[in-house]
Design a protein around this ligand. Structure first.
Ligand code: SF4
Length: 340
């Protein structure tokens, strides 16, 4: 890469914390050479571990800005770097281990558990997390067009056992504030829907996404709203995120976090304890610690169940109970997540 390009990206990196979320989103790195130059990574060492992938590299500059330059083992870098290990076949791992396509009742709508449904409000993410359990999800068949949204809303209206609508990944907050508010209007028009839950990693990657308008709309909802963030490592939580979460603190919106337990990234009790403490400082309660799902390309992240239990036990000895997340795994066909 030329020095001019390197300088341009370095300058953007320096200023990205002051940008709007749209500006950050339009400066997402998808080229490994750019990432390597920005983080001053050893090119030879990087070539040995990295690989191309259909699930391509995608990371916003604001997330890169929290990585340690020169460190190929940075826990944030390892969450987004496509690696050769992803191409190793692992027994028991498959594209759809949770059998989500069976529960995909109409385009964009997944009905897995009693009383709640999941809408895939957008079909991509601003950050591609290598461990993602939906990395092979057929998003193209799940675009929420006007027609498919109407079909999904009819389905929700016709089943009055559905009390909660979950907006999830692809990343729901990729919709702009106006479109997101319109979607909430439609969901709220169904009288028996009492709760709306938003599962999002966007504010962790790009804190600016929590705009004033978005926060106000969430607070004004006639439903009970929970925002479930997705942070895996304490280094993901910085002053920017705390600042942008502030309007939701002390409001009617419940702030929770779910993490994925990842080998080489957060499988140490000190790291998990620090994550819980930093979340709490930001007004967010730890909710779930997920064992990884057996999705093709993610076997190298798996943590043994006994080690996972030991980690949570160690957390229990060090933290108040409300800062210890529940260790769970999703098992296809079960009526709820399974506690380990
Ligand atoms: S943001 Fe969530 S849905 Fe998107 S790639 Fe990451 S883990 Fe998957």
């Amino acid at each position: 890469m030329s020095a001019v390009i390197e300088e341009r990206w370095a300058e953007r990196l320096q200023h990205s914390s002051n940008w709007s979320w749209q500006q950050v989103s339009s400066n997402t790195i998808e080229d490994i050479t750019v990432l390597a130059e920005l983080l001053q990574l050893d090119a030879n060492a990087l070539t040995k571990i990295s690989a191309g992938s259909e699930f391509k590299l995608r990371v916003p500059l604001t997330f890169v800005s929290r990585m340690q330059a020169g460190d190929l083992n940075d826990p944030l870098l390892l969450q987004i770097l496509p690696q050769k290990k992803e191409h190793q076949l692992a027994p028991g791992f498959s594209h759809d281990p949770l059998d989500e396509q069976r529960y995909n009742v109409s385009p964009g709508l997944v009905h897995k558990y009693r009383g709640r449904v999941l809408l895939t409000a957008a079909v991509s993410c601003p950050i591609n997390c290598r461990y993602c359990f939906r990395r092979h999800f057929p998003y193209d068949q799940n675009r929420l067009s006007q027609d498919s949204l109407n079909t999904a809303l009819d389905y929700i209206r016709d089943d009055n056992s559905i009390r909660e609508v979950i907006l999830s990944g692809g990343e729901p907050l990729l919709l702009n504030d106006r479109k997101f508010a319109q979607l909430l209007d439609k969901i709220e028009s169904v009288p028996h829907v009492k709760q709306i839950r938003i599962h999002t990693r966007f504010p962790v990657a790009v804190p600016q996404r929590l705009t004033k308008a978005l926060c106000e709309r969430l607070i004004d909802s006639r439903a009970q709203v929970a925002v479930v963030l997705h942070a895996n490592h304490p280094n993901e939580i910085d002053q920017q995120l705390k600042h942008h979460l502030a309007p939701l603190n002390n409001s009617s919106v419940t702030l929770l976090n779910q993490s994925v337990l990842l080998d080489g990234i957060n499988n140490q009790s000190a790291t998990l304890c620090k994550l819980s403490e930093k979340l709490y400082e930001a007004g967010v309660l730890p909710y779930y610690l997920h064992a990884t799902d057996p999705v093709s390309g993610t076997a190298h992240f798996r943590v043994d169940d006994n080690q996972a239990r030991d980690l949570v036990h160690e957390m229990t000895n060090q933290l108040p109970g409300y800062l210890v997340p529940t260790l769970v795994r999703e098992i296809s066909g079960r009526p709820a997540k399974t506690r380990l």
